[in-house]
Design a protein around this ligand. Structure first.
Ligand SMILES: Cc1cc2nc3c(=O)[nH]c(=O)nc-3n(C[C@H](O)[C@H](O)[C@H](O)COP(=O)(O)OP(=O)(O)OC[C@H]3O[C@@H](n4cnc5c(N)ncnc54)[C@H](O)[C@@H]3O)c2cc1C
Length: 347
């Protein structure tokens, strides 16, 4: 029986452990569960097709990841009977005016050709926005991508952990330092990858998200994800509760203290997007988003019996399950769907 030690139990470590177990491997996961763990702070948006990013290697990975989600979630929820919060409730991409709306529609709908999982793409005039999102401001027209989804990172992580334990794996909420263990070690340590010092170097961005409740005399449910103007998104967390984010701050600090300035900035945006409704604070969340210099994930062996998966950036939750499935195939000499050598580089 092949033996693997996985260091880091975020979406990447959990997912690779889960998929390796399907090949009969003996799995031990170590997870320190640091404050700032990205998988817990994540907004959980799964909609890579609406991004304006042009990097083809990134897109292939994220797109394949989004397509894999429904079958992955179905198997996981069946196995554990736990809810992951996964819902294909669509994504509204807002545009400032009709001119940019038409360009956005063309760009997004052109992706449908090789991504049928997008389901359907349509323009929503601003006076129809409230049909989809009842408390949202009616200032902007949008493109609605029906196949866009949202998952709860913390619940997903817990469900995968539960499945690993249920199927005979070991999960230790401990620091892993002594690498003299039997078998292969897979490092999935996110922002803390700097501690191992492998190349490529992993840096991180601090991302703050404001959670709030919208006070209304009716309950709103299953609101789509909103990709608002600029790099801002709004996601529903539970009935009438939302999160707006995110800030992007390059830093070497591991502090997860929210800043008052970012609180004020995000709250003012929430008030604009839900104008006419009273906003009540729930709190701020801070996550540390790991990335490499090229903002492309690294997936590869760095020394004998030492494998690294890191630098998942802002779409690690989208790509996490497929990365786990593909790495498990690679390590079992089974043909992979993606060319993983695209992500095995040193910079
Ligand atoms: C605010 C925010 C919003 C985001 N929104 C989205 C989104 O909408 N869609 C999307 O696809 N992605 C999103 N992301 C990105 C995504 O969350 C990350 O890319 C992904 O979660 C990274 O997962 P990971 O497993 O590599 O790292 P993490 O989730 O950070 O996990 C790393 C784990 O390793 C542990 N660890 C480190 N060192 C050790 C050690 N020596 N021993 C034991 N344990 C150790 C840490 O404690 C931690 O628990 C977002 C990220 C943030 C921060």
């Amino acid at each position: 029986m092949k033996k693997y030690t996985i260091v880091g139990g975020g979406i990447i470590g959990a997912s690779v452990a889960y998929h390796l177990q399907k090949y009969g491997a003996d799995i031990t996961v170590y997870d320190r569960d640091d404050a700032g763990k990205a998988s817990r702070a994540s907004a959980g948006i799964i909609a890579p097709w609406i991004s304006q990013r042009r990097n083809k290697k990134w897109y292939r990975l994220a797109k394949t990841g989004a397509a894999y989600y429904p079958s992955f979630i179905e198997a996981l929820e069946r196995d554990t009977q736990l809810d992951t919060g996964y819902q294909q409730k669509g994504v509204l991409s807002l545009f400032r005016d009709n001119n940019v709306l038409q360009k956005g529609y063309k760009r997004i709908s052109s992706k449908m050709e090789d991504a049928p999982e997008m389901q359907h793409v349509e323009i929503i005039e601003r006076d129809k926005i409230r049909t989809y999102h009842p408390t949202f401001v009616e200032h902007f027209p949008a493109v609605y991508t029906h196949g866009g989804a949202q998952v709860n990172g913390a619940k997903l992580n817990s469900a995968i952990k539960e499945s690993i334990i249920k199927n005979g794996g070991t999960w230790k909420n401990e620091d892993f330092q002594d690498d003299r263990v039997e078998g292969e070690i897979i490092y999935t340590t996110g922002a803390w990858g700097i501690e191992q010092g492998f190349k490529p170097t992993v840096s991180h961005q601090r991302a703050e998200v404001y959670h709030f409740e919208v006070e209304s005399d009716f309950t709103t449910l299953h609101n789509p994800v909103v990709m608002a103007l600029g790099p801002i998104y709004i996601v529903e967390m539970s009935p009438n509760q939302f999160a707006i984010g995110t800030t992007h701050e390059d830093t070497t600090s591991f502090s997860t203290m929210p800043s008052h300035e970012n609180y004020k900035y995000l709250k003012s945006l929430a008030e604009e997007y839900f104008s006419g409704f009273k906003i009540r604070d729930i709190g701020m969340n801070v996550g540390l988003r790991p990335h490499t210099r090229d903002f492309l994930p690294f997936i590869g062996r760095v020394a004998e019996n030492k494998f690294v998966i890191n630098g998942m950036g802002s779409t690690g939750l989208t790509a996490g399950p497929i990365v786990g499935a593909e790495v498990a195939r690679l390590l079992n000499n089974v043909e992979t769907e993606l060319d993983l050598s695209d992500y095995s580089y040193i910079n």
